[in-house]
Design a protein around this ligand. Structure first.
Ligand SMILES: *Cc1c(COP(=O)(O)O)cnc(C)c1O
Length: 368
């Protein structure tokens, strides 16, 4: 339980808040057309770029109201031009979701599809980008951390291949931004990793309601409008002029700003990554001793979330309810994996003591 008596959240967002971030929600009521709001917005945009050391002349952090999917949809709908062709690398729910987004917006699209337990085939990616017999691919979309399974796709390697073929990479970094390394520096204005979509309430430890896209400004100059709300260039232009197109989730901005201050003070992405790694390995090693094994090879997974085989003879609901009674919310597998795995995220204000309590609860449960 946390200070409010609620269970600790081991689902992949929204996360257990620190006291500092929860208290930030109680700041003064604020009109979103007043200078105090734009100061808050400016600080968030600067801090998001600082998280990965990005130059504000080259990159913009564009905020929008909505969940992580809103940022992904704005990125895809705005950055693939009318004559573009998008190749999506799919090995889970979130890659498949980008495919749906592209279809809805009438974007020319093809998928390199893999089963959810599979690594991406980068040789096939290379071959497709080099194939001059087929229509040319202008953009690739990939998921960095595929939260379906906990697999960390090799984003830097994908970006390198894209750059070699002068193709732009649009990344869903919703469940990795702030917790895993991302090499933004290796892109150009037209190739490699040019945009990344993410959200406040995963590795950054804010509350749900605000999402964002980190994008090269030069790429934004070529942006298109397929939707009134999901028009990234419009959001960016208004925010650059200390404005906002629509009513933003003001309290979620308060929380994100405080979460980013806390993140920087604690040592930024390196420190957060190291903390997640410590928690995830503690959990994985402890569960292994209890006979609960990891679903993927550890070397292929993120530190943000890992999947575990459901223990013999226990279904997910029984496991969930027992953990909840012990003060933890765990997370089910999606689709066909629901009957086989459960997932534990290490995001949020969690400590090694929480992990030890979780392991003790699990040990007690499995003895019964
Ligand atoms: C959480 C998540 C999303 C977005 O989910 P929302 O419910 O819209 O916040 C997108 N991609 C990945 C990889 C995610 O983990």
């Amino acid at each position: 339980m946390n200070e409010t008596g609620a269970p600790k959240l081991l689902n992949p967002g929204p996360v257990t808040l620190s006291e500092r971030v929860r208290n930030s929600l109680l700041q003064p009521d604020l009109c979103h057309r007043e200078p105090e709001f734009f100061d808050l917005q400016d600080e968030i945009r600067q801090r998001l770029l600082q998280a990965y050391g990005l130059n504000p002349d080259v990159w913009a952090a564009v905020l929008l109201g909505g969940s992580g999917t809103a940022a992904v949809e704005a990125m895809i709908a705005s950055l693939v031009p009318a004559n573009g062709r998008l190749l999506i690398l799919e090995n889970g729910v979130y890659g498949e979701r980008i495919h749906k987004i592209a279809d809805i917006h009438g974007i020319a699209v093809e998928a390199q599809h893999h089963d959810w337990n599979q690594a991406l085939d980068l040789t096939a990616l290379q071959a497709r980008l080099a194939d001059t017999q087929k229509p040319a691919i202008t953009h690739v979309a990939a998921i960095h951390h595929e939260t379906t399974t906990g697999r960390l796709n090799p984003l830097d390697e994908i970006a390198r291949i894209c750059r070699e073929h002068d193709v732009a990479l649009l990344a869903d970094t919703v469940s990795s931004f702030g917790g895993e390394m991302i090499d933004f520096a290796a892109s150009t204005d037209s190739s490699g990793l040019v945009a990344a979509a993410a959200t406040a309430n995963k590795c950054l430890h804010g509350v749900p309601g605000v999402a964002f896209v980190i994008v090269r400004r030069a790429v934004l100059e070529q942006a298109v409008t397929r939707s009134l709300y999901f028009d990234l260039a419009n959001w960016c232009a208004k925010q650059d002029g200390r404005g906002t197109p629509f009513t933003p989730p003001v309290q979620a901005f308060y929380a994100l700003c405080e979460a980013l201050r806390e993140f920087a003070a604690a040592g930024g992405v390196d420190a957060r990554h190291a903390h997640y790694l410590q928690l995830a390995d503690l959990l994985g090693d402890g569960l292994e001793k209890l006979g609960v094994s990891e679903y993927l090879l550890r070397a292929e997974t993120s530190t943000v979330l890992r999947s575990y085989h459901l223990p013999q003879g226990l279904d997910y609901d029984a496991l969930h309810d027992a953990f909840k009674a012990a003060g933890f919310v765990i997370y089910a597998g999606q689709g066909g994996l629901a009957a086989r795995i459960f997932r534990l995220s290490t995001m949020g204000a969690l400590t090694t003591a929480d992990m030890e309590r979780l392991l003790a609860a699990c040990g007690g449960l499995l003895e019964r």
